[in-house]
Design a protein. Structure first.
Length: 283
């Protein structure tokens, strides 16, 4: 386990949402641990490795060494890891791969365009924003609607499905709700404020059934205000995911700032010779 003072240290060095120990522990249900400059989580027959070093400059060689040491120690059946780059020795053995970029919104350099502010003002005429710390059945309906329509990758799907339990047990999660004047949920964002330097945008959904224009713009504006209020330098907007989401983040000033590579690595099954050797009785 990681002691409380070490968790605080990690939060001061964090620059991706996966560095937030409470977030990853609640979502993965794994035990958080450190090796060298890397954070990882283990449970049962699997391992999640965060290949973004906390202090050192990233090198594929250092990542490869740390990964091999951990895999040798735990011998997991499944290993999932993310990093700016995948080491060459793992590149050909990843059963699943994803490539993307983290997006960042610098709050010190931010200049909101006049047309966006106009959209936000129009939205406030038709909706209200509330801050909450729970995810209700109405949120679940929007999450289900999003998953059905967008068919996201398994990692993104798992994040959305884990959000209700995460918010319920987190002291740093904030839910921003956009509601119609009649009180119907039209959109929501979930943000984490645990990291020292940034606010982490985790998920966002809007309702097709109770759709009101610019609900997402209104919530984005409120997220900026929330991050500034808590003294953050920037917002980590998460991954690009698809062209529509990239465009939306870009119009608010979000830019790609860090490469993201995902790899699922499965341990090779034992060969027939190895199985015979293991099953052979000791003479």
């Amino acid at each position: 386990m990681i002691p409380p003072e070490k968790k605080e240290y990690i939060l001061t060095k964090a620059y991706v949402p996966e560095h937030i120990v409470s977030l990853m522990s609640l979502i993965s249900k794994g035990e958080p641990l450190l090796i060298e400059d890397y954070l990882y989580f283990v449970k049962d027959n699997w391992l999640i490795f965060i290949g973004y070093p906390l202090e050192q400059a990233f090198t594929k060689k250092n990542l490869e060494t740390a990964l091999n040491d951990i895999i040798k120690k735990y011998k997991p059946e499944y290993t999932w890891f993310i990093a700016p780059e995948i080491p060459d020795s793992f590149s050909m053995t990843c059963q699943k791969r994803e490539s993307d970029n983290y997006y960042k919104l610098d709050l010190h350099e931010l200049k909101i365009k006049s047309n966006l502010m106009l959209a936000v003002k129009k939205a406030f005429k038709n909706m209200d924003v509330e801050m909450a710390n729970e995810v209700l059945k109405e949120h679940d309906e929007l999450i289900s609607e999003f998953i059905e329509l967008e068919n996201p990758s398994p990692m993104i799907r798992q994040l959305f499905l884990s959000i209700p339990d995460y918010v319920c047990h987190s002291s740093s999660a904030v839910v921003l709700n956009a509601r119609s004047k009649e009180g119907k949920l039209t959109a929501f964002y979930v943000i984490d404020l645990a990291a020292k330097e940034f606010a982490a945008y985790l998920v966002g959904c809007y309702s097709r059934k109770n759709y009101i224009p610019h609900a997402s713009d209104m919530l984005f504006h409120e997220m900026i205000n929330l991050a500034k209020k808590h003294g953050k330098d920037y917002i980590n907007l998460g991954l690009g995911v698809n062209e529509g989401i990239k465009k939306f983040k870009g119009k608010w000033g979000g830019v790609p700032f860090l490469k993201y590579e995902f790899c699922e690595y499965r341990r090779k099954p034992a060969s027939m010779i190895e199985l015979i050797r293991l099953l052979k009785p000791t003479l």
